[in-house]
Design a protein around this ligand. Structure first.
Ligand SMILES: Cc1cc2nc3c(=O)[nH]c(=O)nc-3n(C[C@H](O)[C@H](O)[C@H](O)COP(=O)(O)O)c2cc1C
Length: 311
């Protein structure tokens, strides 16, 4: 069968159509506009914003980033301008570009999460909320809710009640078994899950004889985490009926296809945006080429093929 010159890369997830399965991961693409120097963002499926809270937040003191042999440790601490400024100052400009906008949200308490979710009610430019249950770099909220399946479910139920949008629960890899957590947020009403957030790591400055980061630990991302992320995405996708968005060390179309074959419906690119600005455009193009060259009609044909072949 002959393929059209440009294959259809689009996908529908939780009632939203995305032009392709490549999204910019939260915290690595700013509020989207920061990408414009290196990438036409209308080429990618979605921009996931930096984590947004109801009120502005300052974040952690420097240093905030430390390179590792195959990725970075970060301790940004969720610095952001707050939902109101994002909606008034950033969104009008960002929504001029033809891509979907997903707002990544967080809070220190469950009612903070509800508050920020309700601030996006009726904001039509934002197609979904990604609920951060997994940042390891803050003392309150986030990962504190995201490690226990029952607590995570309670939070998801509350957020779900506070919004008119589909919600994606962003899960932590810093637990023993991802399946009970993923199942629990699905039961609680999550429309999708995304994983992984960063793995807890640390670094020591041997000259100063102290930890590099003020919080001692920080979040590891980049190529080093990819095999772990892939395994967790496969485990989650094999056990859920809602879409799984794969994240972790993706820096090429080949990496992205690994996640899709493991069951991901879409993928997010994070740390690779720092080392290769503009990489997400190449990933979309190279995925198109993969499909065309192999005469595959759509990525649906290969999504989850690993699970199907081994069951
Ligand atoms: C500098 C930096 C800031 C991040 N900020 C956020 C954030 O605000 N909210 C969030 O949910 N994840 C945040 N993340 C996690 C990423 O979205 C992603 O889940 C993680 O880095 C793994 O993907 P990667 O290996 O492709 O970077 C951040 C990651 C980095 C490196």
């Amino acid at each position: 069968m002959t393929n059209p010159a440009r294959p259809d890369m689009s996908v529908e997830l939780f009632g939203v159509r995305f032009k392709n399965r490549v999204m910019g991961a939260s915290g690595t693409v700013g509020y989207g506009l920061e990408l414009l120097d290196s990438l036409d963002i209308s080429r990618i499926g979605a921009v996931v914003t930096k984590g947004i809270s109801a009120l502005p937040k300052r974040g952690n003191p420097p240093p905030r980033i430390c390179e590792t042999p195959a990725g970075v440790l970060n301790s940004i601490g969720l610095e952001n301008i707050g939902a109101e400024r994002f909606i008034i100052d950033v969104l009008p400009e960002l929504s001029r570009h033809d891509t979907n906008i997903i707002a990544n949200i967080f809070g220190e308490t469950m009612s903070d999460y509800q508050r920020v979710a309700s601030m996006f009610r009726g904001v039509k430019e934002v197609c979904a909320l990604e609920v951060n249950l997994s940042c390891p770099n803050v003392k309150k909220g986030s990962i504190a809710f995201g490690r226990d399946p029952d607590t995570a479910a309670r939070l998801i139920k509350k957020v779900k009640k506070s919004t008119d949008k589909p919600i994606i629960a962003k899960l932590t890899p810093n637990i023993t078994d991802i399946v009970p957590l993923a199942r629990s947020v699905q039961r609680a009403g999550a429309d999708g899950v995304s994983l992984i957030n960063t793995l807890i790591g640390m670094a020591v400055d041997v000259e100063k004889r102290r930890a590099v980061f003020k919080n001692i630990t920080a979040g590891l991302s980049g190529p080093a985490v990819r095999p772990v992320a892939l395994r967790m995405v496969w485990e989650a996708a094999s056990n859920l009926s809602i879409p799984v968005i794969g994240i972790g060390g993706i820096g090429s179309a080949r990496d992205a296809l690994e996640f899709i074959m493991a069951g991901a419906s879409a993928i997010q690119v994070g740390t690779a945006n720092f080392t290769h600005p503009g990489i997400m455009g190449d990933i979309v193009e190279d995925m198109e080429t993969y499909i065309k060259d192999r005469n595959i009609n759509t990525l649906d044909t290969i999504q989850g093929i690993i699970t199907r072949k081994h069951s």
